[in-house]
Design a protein around this ligand. Structure first.
Ligand code: 13P
Length: 248
């Protein structure tokens, strides 16, 4: 079976000395054998620093966003090829905070996934419904629409992506989806991927949204949950280490 992935999303947090302290604490607290893969998705400005701090750790480097364009006159943007230069293996695309605060559309998210794949970076495509969407019965339609756009543009290599189901109402709120709620949506997404590709079983679907040391084991035990995308708890070494230990 494919190893689970525990990915920390630092969001817009960190600093040169804080990063060093956090990674030192993670590395020194890590047991000799770890059953899962681990990645840190850090702000772009810290990629070089974190790449060097992770040398020999077995952790992979991740980014939080990339440009939908290949290169050129796009001030402020960072391309997939630039991320690749720093050894980035994973890149979040379409995180709900980017959809919400930066107007990212399903079509842009699909192009970003395409750019990542073209440079050998695994896009972690984030999907998830808001509380209002869940309460109005639109959850299934929303997550399927978000994933469908990515499948449409990346059809033949869809088995190379990863997906993260992050219900918006669970992000940073302390309200986690129950294990049954998470599994229900993961199974829907798995079925949608299977309809698009015979290789869909290779796609890991991570859960994200207030995952913590106390709830990780139950969430990660669900059959279609292939790992976790961890925000706040990834900034605290003991909490992140407990989540890593829960992923088997
Ligand atoms: P929290 O774990 O802080 O809820 O954040 C989840 C998230 O958005 C990860 O991408």
């Amino acid at each position: 079976m494919k190893k689970k992935l525990i990915a920390g999303n630092w969001k817009m947090n960190g600093g040169l000395s804080a990063n060093e302290a956090l990674i030192h604490a993670l590395r020194s607290g890590l047991p000799a054998t770890v059953a899962c893969q681990v990645a840190l998705c850090v702000p772009s400005v810290y990629l070089a620093q974190v790449q060097s701090l992770l040398t020999g750790s077995g952790f992979d480097l991740g980014a939080q966003d990339l440009s939908a364009y290949e290169g050129g006159a796009y001030t402020g943007e960072v391309s997939a090829a630039m991320l690749r230069d720093y050894g980035v293996r994973y890149c979040l695309v379409g995180h709900s905070e980017r959809r919400q605060h930066h107007g990212e559309t399903d079509a842009m998210v699909a192009l970003k996934a395409q750019r990542a794949l073209a440079c050998g970076i695994t896009p972690i495509v984030c999907v998830g419904e808001t509380l209002a969407e869940r309460e109005s019965g639109a959850m299934e339609a929303v997550v399927k629409r978000q994933l469908a756009a990515v499948i449409h543009v990346n059809g033949h290599c869809i088995s190379e992506i990863m997906v993260a189901y992050e219900p918006v109402w669970a992000i940073g709120s302390g309200k986690t989806a129950s294990a049954a709620q998470a599994q229900e949506v993961h199974a829907l997404l798995r079925a949608q991927l299977k309809a698009a590709s015979s290789q869909a079983d290779r796609v890991s679907i991570l859960y994200g949204g207030s995952m913590n040391a106390a709830n990780a084991a139950e969430l990660l035990a669900q059959p279609d949950v292939g790992g976790g995308l961890v925000g706040g708890a990834s900034l605290k070494a003991p909490d992140f280490l407990s989540i890593i230990a829960a992923a088997r």
